[in-house]
Design a protein. Structure first.
Length: 296
């Protein structure tokens, strides 16, 4: 299958960050794949939102129901953290398989539908909350806006980072954790004919993030991840676009289906796993990705 976005991406000069010849299908036959995360035991996990399941990379069911989970990541102990659409909450799967609810409300109001999530090395959790999984969308939002939040899993305290978004989606941290990047799928934070932005927030002395500034424009950004050099890998309607730390486009990874999210993994951290509608794809990279915080 060849899409128009592949043709456009082909015009981007390759910067040598990935090998196009290595793109292959890991597993296929799903409804809408999202949220890939690679675990230290060599297992890939990903969400199939409509199927209400979390699968392994070999196609086995890891968790059902999943709360129609979307974004997945790991905490410092390797436990799975999930952003759940249907249940409108952020959860942790314990070692024994039980589910702990970490957050489901802010200031007494239920979240819209937590979408994606990342864990900082000190254990703090950050997540986005657009209305994509909320019946009726924003008209049924208790909060009345789409925000990005910080969550302390020890105390349960939730802090609003920003509500200056249309549809906050994927998010990731820079390698030094001084920048929090947030994709706004329908954002327009500066004059542009492109619908979609990535915003960059600076870390404060108190450990929070503020002072959001435009990082780059791109069409319909979804999941984003960083590599150890500080480049940002963003799934969007053009493919997986790779931006340097200054927001300049370096190259694009072209996948047979429109990608929705991505994650680095493999023993050396140089395999990019891409969830793209019905399938999960892999591609070899020449730079390692930033892994979710966890103990080996």
């Amino acid at each position: 299958m060849v899409s128009a976005f592949l043709l456009g991406a082909a015009a981007v000069a390759l910067g040598g960050l990935h090998d196009p010849a290595t793109i292959s299908v890991l597993t296929t036959g799903y409804k809408f794949t999202e949220g890939p995360v690679w675990r230290a035991d060599g297992t890939l996990l990903f969400s199939d939102i409509p199927a209400d399941r979390i699968y392994t990379g070999t196609g086995h069911v890891f968790r059902e129901p999943s709360g129609k989970s979307n974004g997945l990541t790991l905490d410092r102990e390797g436990r799975l953290i999930a952003a759940e659409h249907a249940t409108r909450r952020v959860t942790r799967t314990e070692k024994d398989g039980s589910i702990t609810v970490l957050a489901e409300r802010f200031e007494g109001k239920r979240f819209n539908s937590p979408n994606d999530v990342v864990v900082r090395s000190d254990g703090m959790i950050f997540f986005t909350d657009p209305p994509y999984g909320l019946d009726g969308g924003m008209k049924n939002s208790e909060l009345g806006y789409s925000g990005t939040y910080a969550l302390n899993p020890e105390t349960g305290a939730v802090t609003l980072i920003s509500k200056d978004f249309q549809r906050p989606n994927g998010l990731c941290l820079s390698p030094d954790e001084n920048t929090l990047y947030v994709a706004d799928t329908q954002g327009a934070h500066a004059p542009s004919d492109i619908s979609g932005d990535i915003m960059a927030f600076e870390r404060n002395a108190d450990g929070g993030y503020s002072n959001g500034k435009l990082f780059c424009h791109l069409p319909g950004p979804d999941g984003i991840k960083a590599d150890v050099k500080g480049n940002v890998w963003a799934t969007c309607k053009e493919g997986v676009n790779i931006y340097d730390p200054q927001g300049q486009l370096l190259e694009s990874v072209n996948t047979p289906e429109e990608p929705k999210n991505c994650s680095f993994g493999g023993p050396d951290g140089k395999t990019l796993y891409v969830t793209a509608l019905t399938s999960v794809y892999t591609v070899k990279t020449t730079v390692a990705g930033v892994h979710p915080a966890h103990k080996p």
